[in-house]
Design a protein around this ligand. Structure first.
Ligand SMILES: [Zn+2]
Ligand SMILES: [Zn+2]
Length: 395
């Protein structure tokens, strides 16, 4: 067992990815998994967990983000397909404290992260509510995607169904009849949820989020407040998307037979009650569940649901932009300063490339701290409107 000082040094080097990196398998040979578990962890064990995860998972070529805190673990990782079983066994055999982890695979294959980050956090999902004020382990009822689908499609009146995600996530896809609070943070959404549910302690409350962790937490809060029936989608929209994908695959390959004795939903009749895309917090920024396009380009207003960040990394605004706007504005958000910056840099790069044939190019303003953090809950339309107004007032 390493000493604490050594632990710090090695962990620091590993975190900075200073340990010689081995060549990873090709990106197509990866799959992405998410998992979480709320359980109390001794504060003193967090550094050890960080150290062991960094060394052990690095050796398995795993990349992604794992957050550990005194209240549990939350992870999104990409793992080589050939090592998935080894990865699962690693948790089962070495980490009995994480005995309730459910591995939740993404819908599409491929590598969603470049590096491995293990971070020690105060709260796994920040809602600002003190854990001592409610029972975090009084978890809501988990419905598998199939149970969720069956139950929601068989209700006779519209349910109290709450989307526990932020506005930029539910804009591009959501369940039919869902209440989608217009919020920018989870904290605001918890307040909205409490308002929506007020006085409905005896009714069924349904809730969903991307992978389930936000509902596990906010559902426990509702239950602690005396709500009798709180039901959440196990594995979140990600698991539901995979369920729909599997059902349509099964419907495509299996011929209908008469000796069906199973009680599962008839695959050929499953039509997704989630429409559009599932926003993901990795470089894909979303995966489609149905072909419905629910959003609009933030620049021209045409039908589009593809998120990207402004190419000017100093700006970094998360926005929905159609291909023609991207081309017209050099991949930026369209603000004059961003377009100028990228044009200037492209020009410089061309000149450098002329003199240095091997020059691979560089990103705009690399190393500058972005003005809009990836998830800084920015409302792109507001930012763009403000810029327009500022321009008008200057004229
Ligand atoms: Zn456009
Ligand atoms: Zn920009």
């Amino acid at each position: 067992m390493p000493q604490v000082d050594d632990l710090f040094k090695v962990t620091h080097r590993l975190m900075r990815n200073r340990i010689q990196r081995r060549p990873h398998p090709p990106a197509k040979d990866y799959i992405t998994l998410s998992f979480y578990q709320f359980r109390p962890i001794d504060q003193h064990d967090l550094l050890k967990i960080q150290y062991y995860f960094l060394t052990d998972l690095w050796a398995m070529d795993v990349v992604g983000r794992i957050y550990v805190s005194a209240e549990g673990i939350n992870a999104q990782i990409s793992c080589p397909k050939t090592r998935v079983q080894q990865f699962k066994d690693y948790y089962a055999t070495h980490w009995p404290i994480f005995d309730k982890i459910r591995f939740n695979p993404a819908m599409s294959e491929g590598k969603a992260f470049k590096k491995l980050h293990i971070r020690i956090k105060g709260q796994l999902v920040a809602d600002g509510i003190d854990n001592s004020t409610f029972d975090l382990y009084n978890e809501p009822t988990y419905l598998t995607p199939e149970e969720w689908h069956k139950e929601l499609t068989s209700l006779t009146k519209p349910p109290i169904l709450i989307d526990m995600r932020n506005h930029y996530e539910s804009t591009i896809g959501h369940f039919e009849n869902a209440i989608r609070p217009d919020v920018t943070t989870f904290r605001e959404n918890v307040d909205a949820m409490l308002e929506i549910c007020e006085g409905k302690e005896d009714q069924d409350i349904y809730m969903y989020c991307t992978g389930g962790i936000r509902c596990t937490r906010s559902g426990a809060l509702l239950k602690s407040k005396g709500f009798k029936s709180v039901k959440m989608l196990q594995g979140g929209v990600t698991a539901y998307g995979r369920y729909i994908q599997e059902q349509s695959k099964a419907a495509a390959v299996t011929e209908p037979t008469n000796d069906e004795s199973s009680t599962t939903v008839d695959a050929s009749k499953v039509s997704s009650i989630y429409k559009g895309k599932n926003f993901t917090f990795d470089k894909r920024l979303g995966e489609p569940i149905t072909d419905d396009v629910l959003a609009k380009c933030h620049i021209c207003g045409s039908v589009c649901d593809t998120y990207c960040n402004c190419t000017n990394t100093a700006c970094n605004l998360l926005m929905i932009s159609c291909p023609s706007c991207l081309e017209k504005h050099e991949g930026t958000c369209g603000s004059g300063s961003c377009v100028d910056m990228v044009k200037l840099l492209n020009e410089k790069q061309k000149n450098i490339a002329k003199d240095h044939p091997g020059f691979a190019g560089m990103k705009a303003r690399l190393g500058v701290k972005p003005f809009h953090e990836h998830r800084l809950n920015v409302r792109p339309l507001t930012v763009m409107e403000m810029r327009k107004n500022k321009l008008h007032s200057q004229q």
